[in-house]
Design a protein around this ligand. Structure first.
Ligand SMILES: [Zn+2]
Ligand SMILES: [Zn+2]
Length: 342
């Protein structure tokens, strides 16, 4: 496919899609019902519907029964870990293999023209972004995802927490399923914004930001504290009269859904004319510029807090002006401090 029909490359080879990134027409004023209806299928397809399917497969075929999960034992915990590990390698690996290893579409639709593997970087373990990300993703990522899932299954099967059923409470459970991405947006914006507080950033979140040019493996390249906060979102199901299947759906939308912002390509080509739009650009800009697009735009938090980057040159200018003002404020504060000391 010819990506110049869909966007422009600058002199350094960085590609930006045509058009303006806009938050979803859900929590906007004035309400725009027509835009909302047009957008609605995007809420389900492709990603959320896909995670509903993977969660159902996991729950019905790959999760031990309640008799087993009532007591902690190495056997079933190892099984839950193994299936999560397999999901990590299959889902991330397939995208990584096609786009970054085999480079099936070279750098067409790739925001950053460079491939991380082509350059050693001492910020990463073994100088490799991929190895570093896999070690972190498996070492603490899949482990903490599994630990939260194990505790959830154990708590539900012992009736330690209230559990809704699909027979008696179908509407309530359907509402929770619909609400999962909305809750994620609010929860993630809050923890992500907090992780950018300078001290927390240095200690914790900088690990994730080492990937300035992310690939799918980067999705779970996090400090263990960030993994805990990130997957901790799913513990909400222990207090809202939910169901383990819905908790697994929530975990998949985190563990597998993290890939959505880290594909590094705007489109995954399929054949000569078709392709899957990745919606990765907003979070790619966060990795490139750090202080924009803390959330993904389902709820327009970044618009409300003045940190939305819409992907255009105007967006660059607004970001630079904000940065300039921030530097002026900091310099004025520094000068005042030094004046007081003199
Ligand atoms: Zn990221
Ligand atoms: Zn960040």
């Amino acid at each position: 496919m010819d990506d110049s029909k869909f966007g422009k490359r600058d002199k350094r080879g960085h590609w930006r899609p045509d058009g303006v990134l806009t938050p979803a027409p859900v929590f906007v004023l004035p309400p725009s019902p027509l835009k909302f209806l047009k957008w609605l299928p995007n809420y389900f397809f492709p990603w959320n519907a896909f995670f509903m399917v993977t969660a159902a497969i996991f729950w019905f075929f790959l999760t031990p029964g309640t008799e087993t999960t009532r007591t902690f034992s190495a056997g079933w915990i190892a099984l839950v870990f193994a299936r999560n590990l397999a999901a990590f390698f299959i889902f991330y690996g397939v995208i990584e293999l096609r786009l970054y290893k085999l480079r099936r579409q070279e750098s067409r639709f790739k925001y950053n023209p460079n491939f991380p593997a082509d350059k050693k970087n001492t910020a990463f373990l073994f100088g490799s972004q991929a190895y570093d990300s896999i070690i972190r993703g498996v070492g603490t990522g899949v482990t903490i995802w599994t630990a939260i899932e194990v505790v959830t299954l154990w708590a539900f099967s012992n009736d330690y927490v209230p559990m809704a059923t699909f027979r008696d409470n179908p509407v309530w459970l359907a509402l929770i399923v619909l609400f999962v991405p909305v809750f994620h947006e609010a929860y993630f914006f809050a923890i992500h914004r907090a992780l950018h507080i300078p001290a927390l950033y240095r200690l914790v979140h900088s690990v994730h930001h080492n990937s300035v040019n992310p690939s799918p493996w980067s999705s779970l390249a996090m400090h263990p504290v960030e993994h805990l906060l990130f997957f901790g979102e799913a513990l909400i199901h222990l207090v809202i009269f939910s169901h383990p299947l819905v908790a697994i759906y929530n975990l998949h939308s985190l563990a597998l859904g993290a890939v959505v912002g880290h594909v590094g390509f705007d489109k995954i080509e399929a054949g000569e004319e078709g392709g899957l739009d990745t919606h990765a650009y907003a979070h790619y800009l966060h990795h490139k510029y750090f202080e924009v697009n803390y959330a993904d735009g389902l709820i327009p938090f970044d618009k409300w807090f003045g940190t939305w980057h819409d992907g255009t040159r105007d967006g660059d200018e607004a970001m630079n002006a904000r940065w300039q003002k921030k530097m002026e404020r900091e310099n004025a504060r520094k000068a005042a401090r030094e004046g007081n000391q003199a």
